[in-house]
Ligand binder design. Structure first.
Ligand SMILES: Cc1ncc(COP(=O)(O)O)c(C=O)c1O
Length: 428
């Protein structure tokens, strides 16, 4: 069986001689039997360097909402490549993209563009602190906002608000209060007149695809408004994925600022902060310095325009399709796991889902800490052997490119993987 991944293993051995750890983002090291190296992809399919083909539910960790290499994005990028790769200066497409944001995202009256989600989160915090003249920030246990020091605390899998990584400056997060989510009393207790911002994933996808309790976001909106704090929705995952206007449109709560990345660029590096003209006046006035050599890079902007344009034009067709594909994937996993006696719990909302190896429901960060991550990673490996590629920690994404045939193939693969893991777990 291990021969199936021989070229990936050889690649890993080569890479480790020159790339620290052999992978270029630490999370990729968790894949079993070892990180898989890929060669090409199209639609919902991805092919590794051994020639194995998979139905892909990792989708580059989320950006590929339109699938791999969607034609409208390729066409826009090709057009731009024949014009210019970079200006480091103003160009027409950046205003077009900002206009698309202001049409589609409820909170968007002004935008800023950067290259990654982590950077855009940092910009949003700086803007909120400047707008309020305050420093303290509230984030939530189990929510992820990127790898930079100030907010890399209390993320998925964390028992508390300790820094997530060696080498972090504890002073950078000293002004961050980590609160339990979906708990209004805790938020009310934490909110004082020193709080600059409350930042959250409006649907906590990273921690387990947890949806807010009815009324939670509305009340959080009221409380932050009353406290004079800036409410920031981190829509890096949910933006364009859960609705054209993101989680804020789907759930009907408009934050002051929102951060976008992933699906915005359809695989190209671009992120955005958008929000009210009043709060973004901090950047417009120059009080907040928003910098970046690659900000507004025309190739990334053209990719985003291709993606957002396609989503806008075909919203009535694509969003129901994403809804169905997400439900179908969750149903496949639940049904096949139950039939094989595999303890799989699947939380799903639209085109995002999270699966846990757990005998009981997983409805909160505390529940997620009880789930068996190693067992799920073994299941993810079994899926890989059957031709289905997933993120080993439990996240699952569908795209507009997933067809009924892809889902049917997935059902057969999941059935075999469940039977295999159930047999391996059975007492001898
Ligand atoms: C909700 C959320 N915010 C921020 C980030 C950081 O984005 P990036 O990896 O582009 O820096 C991520 C990345 O997964 C994310 O899921």
């Amino acid at each position: 069986m291990s021969d199936r991944y021989a070229a990936s293993r050889a690649h890993g051995e080569r890479a480790r001689r020159t790339i620290a750890g052999g992978v270029t983002s630490a999370i990729r090291a968790s894949q079993r039997p070892h990180p898989i190296a890929f060669a090409r992809s199209r639609g919902a399919r991805i092919v590794d360097v051994d020639g194995n083909e998979y139905v892909d539910y990792a989708l580059a960790y989320g950006p590929l909402l339109l699938g791999h290499s969607p034609e409208p994005v390729l066409a826009a990028v090709r057009r731009q490549l024949s014009e210019a790769i970079g200006f480091g200066a103003s160009h027409r497409l950046e205003a077009e993209l900002a206009e698309a944001f202001c049409r589609t995202v409820p909170c968007a009256e002004r935008c800023l563009f950067s290259s990654s989600g982590s950077e855009a989160v940092a910009a949003a915090l700086r803007i909120a602190r400047s707008a309020t003249g305050r420093v303290r920030v509230i984030k939530f246990l189990g929510h992820f906002h990127g790898w930079l020091d100030p907010l890399a605390v209390g993320g998925p899998g964390a028992a508390d608000g300790e820094p997530a990584s060696g080498g972090q400056d504890p002073a950078a997060s000293a002004s961050v209060t980590v609160c339990p989510w979906n708990d209004l009393e805790a938020l009310e207790r934490a909110l004082g007149d020193d709080v600059a911002a409350v930042i959250m994933e409006p649907v906590a996808v990273n921690g387990g695809c947890f949806v807010p309790h009815p009324g939670y976001l509305q009340r959080a909106r009221e409380l932050t408004h009353r406290a004079g704090a800036v409410l920031i929705f981190d829509e890096v995952i949910t933006g364009f994925r859960l609705a054209l206007g993101g989680a804020q449109e789907r759930l009907g709560v408009v934050p002051d600022l929102a951060v976008y990345a992933k699906a915005l660029g359809a695989g190209f590096p671009i992120s955005a902060v958008c929000g009210s003209a009043e709060v973004l006046e901090e950047a417009a006035s120059g009080r907040v310095s928003h910098l970046g050599t690659l900000n507004g890079n025309p190739v990334s902007i053209s990719a985003a325009l291709g993606a957002v344009g396609d989503l806008e034009r075909r919203a009535d067709e694509l969003y129901p399709q994403l809804e169905l594909a997400g439900c179908e994937l969750a149903e496949i996993l639940r049904t096949e796991a139950a039939a094989a006696g595999v303890p799989l719990v699947v939380n799903q909302l639209g085109a995002a889902a999270y699966a846990f190896w757990s005998k009981s429901p997983v409805d909160s960060h505390a529940d997620a800490l009880e789930a068996d991550g190693d067992a799920y990673r073994r299941f993810a490996r079994a899926l890989l052997d059957e031709g289905v590629h997933v993120i080993p920690r439990g996240l699952l994404y569908v795209s507009t490119a997933h067809t009924n045939a892809d889902l049917e193939q997935t059902r057969v693969a999941v059935r075999s993987a469940c039977v295999r893991v159930a047999a391996a777990a059975a007492p001898a």
